[in-house]
Design a protein around this ligand. Structure first.
Ligand SMILES: *Cc1c(COP(=O)(O)O)cnc(C)c1O
Length: 455
């Protein structure tokens, strides 16, 4: 067996020149968007009013397996890609496992996560369309930061609605976005009709991602030459994130390694979808038998405890309806939840793959996530984002199973980001004040009651 280096490097030339469109390979396609008023399929024209046209085209593309990455985006990618693929030798030693563990680390750019892969693409197409302004929401702040960086690069104005509790918990995220030139507004705000309504209904609310989305969409509709962009969930976002999986596969292929297990954390599903894409395509075509595992927080368990139904993407109930695993757009995760991945729904592509049995899902409590994160930081040296540590927790669990059975499985997981902006959460874990929250079935019923009737 060849000696595998700690890091398997790719050259700049090996940065993928195409994105991988999983939908072209899926035997059954995910159900499309519905217009909530008519319950008819959304047309491209309807979607173009809210979203960037080229992105709508990608969103609706179910036939082209490969979609070329324009030079103007590859030039941006070259500033921070390829990202490292690391053999977790030190973690393996710490766990004393026969398993081989690899992780793809997306946290080396300043925004600190994989989200820059999609923001670069989205702003490029907005600029190409002649738009001068974009709006978005951000929860933990990674998407807003990634989009701020891309908007600075392509010279497009940006307004970010940031979930109010996150602004309080992560003031430095706001400063980073402002440094890149974005306007950051704590949500809910008085700027929008939906923001004023949600505040009147829930006085003192700390906001939610779903609510910030509603405000960002409303502002995009009332601003000249402006569109709304989203950092996860949608098919075109997963498409852009397939750069992660393709680089991972290119690096492992150099050593003829095919993983037995691929693990990712799942919030809206974009990093996991991007990581698994080329492997999933092969799996669907019968070329491998990889086990795919998505890990979500126990406090926001959309795949493991949600319903597969048409639902809104936002609390204000303004988006098209998407068929997905969802806790209901009225679901708001407990405020003690610090680990990210707070969205009530799940990518329609990931939902469909899960529904059809290609993917497994597990949920984990946040103190266990931080336990894994701490072990990783102390052995591998890298401080992971709490979101990423969900995947890490899954990888450790699988590696420990191998220790019991003596199996030498190859485990690959996505380490989506750095934990530098999550030190408040680390602090509460370190001083023992972090608690776990698992919603009861009764709690979940409240969210399910908010599901729209589609029959
Ligand atoms: C946003 C984010 C996630 C979750 O989003 P997905 O769309 O599910 O990938 C995971 N990790 C980090 C570091 C993030 O910023």
């Amino acid at each position: 067996m060849t000696n595998i280096p700690y890091k398997i490097y790719l050259s700049e030339d090996e940065i993928p020149k195409v994105w991988y469109n999983m939908k072209a390979v899926m035997k059954e396609k995910p159900d499309g968007f519905l217009n909530p008023a008519t319950l008819k399929p959304c047309t491209a024209e309807e979607l173009n009013q809210v979203f960037v046209s080229d992105l709508v085209e990608q969103e609706l593309n179910t036939t082209d397996r490969y979609i070329a990455i324009p030079e103007g985006i590859r030039d941006f990618y070259k500033m921070f890609r390829p990202s490292p693929l690391v053999r977790a030798y030190c973690l393996e030693r710490e766990l004393d496992t026969p398993a081989e563990i690899y992780y793809k680390f997306e946290g080396t750019n300043t925004s600190g996560s994989h989200k820059l892969n999609s923001s670069a693409a989205q702003v490029y197409y907005a600029k190409k369309q002649g738009l001068t302004h974009l709006t978005t929401e951000t929860g933990a702040g990674q998407w807003g930061t990634a989009l701020s960086m891309a908007c600075a690069y392509y010279h497009v104005d940006l307004t970010v609605y940031m979930v109010k509790v996150s602004v309080q918990q992560k003031p430095y995220r706001k400063s980073v976005m402002e440094t890149y030139g974005a306007k950051v507004i704590p949500s809910p705000s008085d700027n929008t009709a939906v923001g004023r309504r949600l505040q009147a209904e829930n006085p003192g609310t700390g906001g939610s991602l779903g609510c910030a989305i509603s405000e960002a969409i409303e502002t995009s509709m009332t601003t000249e030459n402006c569109r709304y962009v989203l950092g996860s969930v949608l098919d075109h976002v997963i498409l852009h994130q397939t750069i992660i999986g393709q680089e991972t596969k290119a690096a492992l292929d150099k050593y003829n390694i095919t993983p037995d297990i691929v693990i990712g954390c799942i919030g809206g599903g974009s990093n996991f979808g991007g990581l698994i894409a080329p492997y999933m395509g092969d799996r669907i075509e019968g070329k491998n038998n990889i086990q795919f595992i998505g890990i979500e927080p126990a406090s926001c368990p959309s795949l493991t405890r949600g319903k597969y139904a048409y639902d809104f993407g936002d609390t204000g109930r303004t988006t098209p309806l998407m068929k997905m695993y969802t806790l209901g757009s009225g679901f708001i995760p407990s405020s003690n939840h610090a680990g990210g991945l707070r969205f009530h729904g799940m990518s329609p592509i990931i939902s469909k793959l899960y529904h059809d049995g290609y993917i497994e899902a597990r949920s984990v409590e946040q103190t266990k996530v931080f336990e894994a994160a701490t072990m990783f930081a102390r052995s591998e040296g890298t401080l992971p984002a709490p979101e990423s540590a969900h995947a890490l927790h899954g990888a450790i669990e699988e590696a420990l199973k191998c220790k019991e059975t003596g199996e030498k499985k190859t485990i690959v997981f996505g380490l989506t980001g750095t934990g530098y902006f999550d030190l408040t959460a680390y602090e509460s874990y370190n001083n023992g004040t972090m608690t776990d929250y698992i919603p009861t079935d009764k709690d979940l019923e409240k969210g399910f009651a908010s599901l729209p009737k589609t029959e």
